[in-house]
Every structure is written in C-alpha cells, then in structure tokens.
Write a protein that binds this ligand. Structure first.
Ligand code: CCH
Length: 286
C-alpha cells in the first residue's frame, strides 16, 4: 500500500507488469493502451456523456459491449496494482496504464493528471455503439471522432496507435498485427500504410481486411478498412504523409491528442483538481 496520491509508486508497478512472456507478443502494453482509449472514447461532447470518469467498463452495460471484447485481459493485468494501491480509482488506473505502457514501449511522455472518479453517474452512461467500427470508412471515422471534438489531424495522430498490438479473430473478428514489431512505439504504421501494396482479403469468418505478405519476416501484416481509409481521403492523407516522414512530429502530436482523449469529460479548476467528479461516493482525487 502506497501513500494516498503517490502516483509515482503506481506508475512503477504498472511498468513492472509490462513484461508478460505468455501473452500475445510478450507485452501487456498494447492491450493496456486500448483499455485507456476505450475507457475514454465513448465521450459525446454535445450531451457531455461517456468518457473515462466512472470506469463504466466494470459493468456489463459497457464492459459487455462487443467493441470492448478482450479488454478484460488489460483489467486483469492491472488488478494487482489496484490491490496494492487501493486508494487509486479504476478510472485513473486505466488511463494511467495506457500512458505508462506507451512510454515503456518507447513512445512519448504523455501528460496525465489524476482525479477521475469511480462513481457511476447513471445520467452520464454512454449507450453502446460509440466506439469506431473497423469495417467502415472515412465518413464513419469523422462521425465518431468529431463527436468527441477531434479534428482530422487528431484522428490521424490517434490512429498511429495501431503501430501497437494486434487484432484477434475471437475479439474483433479481424486478425493480425499492423507492423512487424508491435510492442515498439514508432511511426512505422504510417510508413507501411504508404509504402506497401495492400490487398483486400476475406477471412474464413467473412470479415474483410487488407493484408501484405512481408518476405523478410515471413509474416502477413494487416490493415483495417478504417486504416486504409486514411490514405484514400485527401485531408487525412496529408497527415499520414507528414507522420510517415516525421517521427518527432508524430510523437509530439500523439502525446497531445492522447492526453486530450483521456481528459474528455473531466473538468478541472486552476489547480488541476477535478470539479465534476463525485468523489464522496467515487473515490479519491489528488
Ligand atoms: Fe484500435 N483497434 N481502432 N485504436 N487499437 C484494435 C486494436 C487496437 C479501431 C479498431 C481496432 C484506435 C482507433 C481505432 C489500439 C489503439 C487505438 C482492433 C483489434 C480493432 C478492430 C481488437 C482485437 O481484435 O483485439 C478503429 C476502427 C479505430 C478508429 O479509429 C485508437 C484511437 C487507439 C489509441 C489511441 C491498440 C493499441 C490496439 C491493439 C490491442 C491489442 O490487444 O493488441
């Protein structure tokens, strides 16, 4: 048990659980990043509902959304950290897990502040269907991400997270990794999007994705239809091209936009203290 508010101690323990030789590509990192993103990516700016406050994925209504299939692995990885630092809220732990994972995998430092609550405000619960569907195109991406208040540039920067991890046919129906080294954060995803020939492939389960057979690694790499859409839409493509040639710029923009993502729906005063979280019932804020 650490001192209440000692987020440094929590960070250290999250970093320690990154190495998971039995799991996927040997790292808990990618699925932790996806947990952070899905915990926040339900936000709707118009109605001020959804977002990371409340850690709603603990409950069936949100946790059982097919879009969240597989994220129980990430929650299980983090459970010993929660047990050890019981003062931290799940909402803080899940978002912090994502940024520690990105850093541990060689990615940028991402600003993070605590103070989210675990109190579930029923009036803020997001309906299912707020997360993106990989089978769709650029209109869908704009529909989903504009709702949260993101721009075209930010949509492309965020998509760079697909440099990490993989698709699992028993979770999303898609299969495979986007890059050869899916536990190392880089701008490789953008470079491959532009440099390789992507061929449409129908999987045995009927799901369609794009693939490229890489001779060097003798592995088949993949892209979702939404990933390919980033190269076909003029406005998106400009940013794909920029991030493919300028890794530093990608890291800088990714850091800003991921930090914005995990703050959606969180209101803070000048001192950074969260003012719209019911911590009497929900937990602790710094
Ligand atoms: Fe994603 N993502 N994502 N994604 N995603 C999947 C996996 C990861 C979409 C669909 C999928 C973001 C945006 C999108 C990660 C981070 C981000 C999978 C496979 C699908 C499908 C799931 C499975 O089968 O396990 C779509 C559509 C969009 C639209 O933009 C954003 C934004 C982020 C974070 C900033 C990460 C990381 C993974 C790998 C997870 C793992 O388990 O390895």
């Amino acid at each position: 048990m650490s001192k209440r508010g000692d987020f440094e101690a929590v960070r250290k323990d999250i970093a320690k659980l990154m190495h998971q030789p039995e799991y996927d590509d040997g790292s808990a990192g990618p699925v932790l990043v996806r947990l952070a993103w899905h915990s926040a990516g339900t936000y709707d700016a118009d109605t001020d509902t959804g977002g990371s406050n409340g850690a709603g994925m603990r409950y069936e209504a949100e946790g059982g959304d097919p879009a969240n299939a597989g994220l129980q692995h990430a929650r299980v990885f983090l459970e010993p950290v929660k047990e050890k630092h019981s003062w931290i809220t799940y909402a803080d732990l899940w978002t912090l897990g994502g940024i520690v994972a990105i850093k541990e995998m060689g990615g940028p430092e991402i600003p993070w502040k605590g103070g989210r609550t675990d109190y579930v405000d029923d009036s803020k619960l997001p309906p299912r269907g707020r997360l993106p569907d990989g089978a769709q195109g650029s209109d869908h991406l704009r529909f989903i991400f504009y709702r949260m208040g993101f721009t075209d540039q930010e949509i492309v920067a965020l998509s760079g997270a697909h440099n990490l991890g993989r698709c699992h046919s028993d979770r999303s129906g898609f299969e495979g990794a986007w890059v050869n080294n899916p536990t190392r954060f880089s701008n490789q995803y953008f470079r491959l999007l532009l440099s390789l020939q992507w061929r449409k492939k129908r999987l045995p389960n009927g799901v369609e994705q794009y693939v490229h057979y890489d001779e060097d690694s003798e592995a088949e790499l993949m892209m979702l239809p939404t990933d390919i859409a980033l190269t076909q839409d003029k406005s998106f493509r400009t940013w794909v091209e920029l991030y493919a040639r300028d890794k530093d710029r990608f890291f800088e923009d990714f850091s800003k936009v991921f930090s914005k993502l995990i703050e959606l729906g969180i209101v803070r005063d000048e001192d950074g203290k969260v003012t719209n979280a019911d911590n009497e019932r929900g937990g602790y804020h710094a």
